[in-house]
Design a protein around this ligand. Structure first.
Ligand code: OAD
Length: 260
């Protein structure tokens, strides 16, 4: 494993020669847009809770208003931020490979839409979308108006989740919570993209949450090179061929430039 603070000539050659690229992204790629990651301390109203405690079916059963309001607050936050240069670099690289008969598959654990808003196509949202809602009882999807809060410094009043128009059950966010199954289609297409890739990039994930964290390791079976982009060492760094130690907003543009 090589730990790098810039794209070396050797890595640039590898990137340039890759025509089928799979990229797994996590919360770190949205950090420079102003979206807090999952394992950093929360602030304000939420500082006494960890994100991991709120993102569970048990938390929603016990405190539905708290969990619902946390997700609505995160939705409102997401609507006020923009994609950053890391998202833009992946979109640019994806378009460029598509124009030359190649392919770049984005597989994300993020429930935000910042990849899409940067002009990229996402193959798989492994943990669903924060902008989707469905009934906990009959599973019917529901459309809700965008949330709005006046200033993020002022905590929103916890509000009960709305009732499903079809059956009166409670609505929930369309995300995957800890302990829940991943959408099968998303997981299968992500596995296929990694197995058929000739380069796998892992950006902004701690590599802790399974089964998403083991997806890039499928590349080990075929000897496909693995590149990590993260300012910190992670649980999966040891499996990487190259670790680019820096923020994705700087490192991914450098990687995408090398592909030109
Ligand atoms: P985490 O919050 O676990 O990890 C974020 C990672 O991003 C860490 O490894 C940071 O070092 C890294 N990071 C921070 N700033 C960065 C930057 N500017 N550029 C690049 N990397 C940076 O987030 P995930 O790995 O995405 O699941 O977490 C995986 C899943 O656990 C989430 O999808 C969510 C969470 O709980 C569910 O809700 C089911």
């Amino acid at each position: 494993m090589q730990v790098l603070d810039e794209v070396t000539d050797e890595l640039a050659d590898l990137v340039r020669s890759a025509s089928r690229v799979a990229v797994l992204t996590g919360a770190g790629i949205s950090a420079e847009s102003g979206v807090p990651t999952f394992r950093e301390a929360q602030t304000g109203l939420w500082e006494q809770f960890s994100a991991e405690d709120l993102a569970t079916p048990e938390a929603f059963d016990q405190a539905p208003a708290l969990v619902w309001t946390w997700y609505r607050w995160r939705q409102a936050l997401l609507l006020q931020v923009d994609p950053n240069p890391g998202h833009a670099a992946l979109a640019r690289w994806q378009h460029q490979l598509a124009a030359t008969g190649g392919d770049l598959s984005i597989i994300t654990q993020n429930v935000d839409d910042l990849h899409e808003r940067s002009g990229a196509r996402v193959l798989a949202h492994l943990h669903g979308s924060i902008f989707d809602h469905r009934c906990v009882d009959c599973t019917k999807p529901a459309d809700l108006p965008a949330p709005h809060y006046d200033g993020f410094a002022h905590p929103p009043e916890p509000a009960e989740p709305p009732a499903c128009e079809a059956c009166g059950g409670s609505l929930r966010p369309g995300v995957v919570w800890f302990g829940e199954m991943l959408p099968m289609n998303a997981f299968d297409s992500a596995s296929a993209a990694i197995r058929s890739a000739d380069l796998v990039v892992v950006a902004g994930t701690s590599g802790i949450v399974q089964p998403a964290a083991s997806l890039p390791l499928l590349a080990l079976e075929s000897g496909t090179p693995l590149v990590e982009v993260n300012p910190e060492e992670t649980d999966i760094s040891d499996a990487m061929d190259y670790c680019l130690r820096g923020p994705s907003g700087t490192m991914l543009p450098a990687v995408a430039d090398a592909a030109l």
